[in-house]
Design a protein around this ligand. Sequence first.
Ligand SMILES: *Cc1c(COP(=O)(O)O)cnc(C)c1O
Length: 435
Amino acid sequence: MLFYSTKKNAPKVDLKTAVLRGLAPDSGLYMPEKIHTCVSSFIDSLGDLSFQEIAYEVASTILQGSIDKDVLQKIVYETVDFPAPHVRLADNLYALELFHGPSLAFKDFGGRFMARLMAHFVKDSEETLHILVATSGDTGGAVAMGFLDVPGIEVTILYPSEKVSAYQEKQMTTLGRNIRAFEVKGVFDDCQAIVKQAFQDDELRSRINMTSANSINISRLIPQTFYYFWSYAQLKDKSKPVVMSVPSGNFGNITAGLMAKKMGLPIDKFIASVNANDVFTKYLNDGNFTAKDSIATISNAMDVGNPSNLSRIQDIYENSLSDLSKDVLSWSYSDEETINALKDLLGKYHYVSDPHGAVAYLGLEKFIKENPSYQGIFQITAHPSKFLDVVQGAIEREVEVPTRLKSLVDKDKQSTIINSDYSSFRNAFLKAINS
Ligand SMILES: *Cc1c(COP(=O)(O)O)cnc(C)c1O
């Protein structure tokens, strides 16, 4: 299987190159040349299979022999070694919990798969591979935990000082070993700008082997297809059409869902549920895509004004907006509506959600009201305790913090504080990797 660039101005590459490069040389995103359909006996027997078995079959179908079978199986089984419970809230209403991995957010799927795949590809290399990643919060923890103790790889995380939650910061700064954190005196955009500039710094690149772990990497997308199949497999009654609501920011998650559909998974409709950052909703409505500056909300992992995966979605639908609109709907919700949804979920279903899951619930609720013949699933992408203040403020009761997160409080933060200009980063980075 080869991978092409969505800008179609770069050569097709193999899996290893696509994964280690991240972004194509024409700055497009890599996609598999062809999305193969699963054999129908697999779809029919989904209900009898474990999450790991499903994940391995799906990965094999996408990758078509690009990597040795046994290696792939080991990577997949290690990636999904935590559950994704499918919680029934009412007739035809389910919450898919994707936050049971080490960093308590769904980004663990991508982070763990990418780390293991990269480790496999660099295992015979003499040179250390440096991963640079800018984070606004959740990605840092998932990437750090995914790569912890992977031989031959060092991770450098850049996060905006005082702009991430206390728990998120601890997840990135207390691991040590092959994980280092730079605390940037600026905002997320400054962190991202530094990472971009580092990749354009030919002098730096000639000296060290670097790659990026941000969400455009195809290896983060592939494992996100797994839980769509798993979730569908849990439905007892397959006669009713299925709708899945996905809380969306950079649109990697929903892109994986649309790939799953293209592979033959019978999910009828997808809802891209978004917060005030509604550029995709507008695009579906009038066909014009205009990137905007992001707006800060209480579901901050979805505060994205220029979702990078749009080009992948357009390619899946061969640029036909009318075909895309048949499968995907999108609605935008305010913080106030999100807070009311958190209250509603507790009052009606005794369910405590995080703010991103609450946005997904709102989209699903609207769809089901208009289409009562459907059964619906909404995704919960983070554990509510990761957004403790927002959730506790909304539901007016205490949220239980898992031991995994609580135990971080006593650990010492280790970070290097740097200014937001590129040379501050460059000096600190070179000093750190040479020491
Ligand atoms: C990253 C993130 C999202 C958005 O996912 P995309 O793939 O970028 O659309 C939603 N919820 C949480 C908790 C996240 O961390």
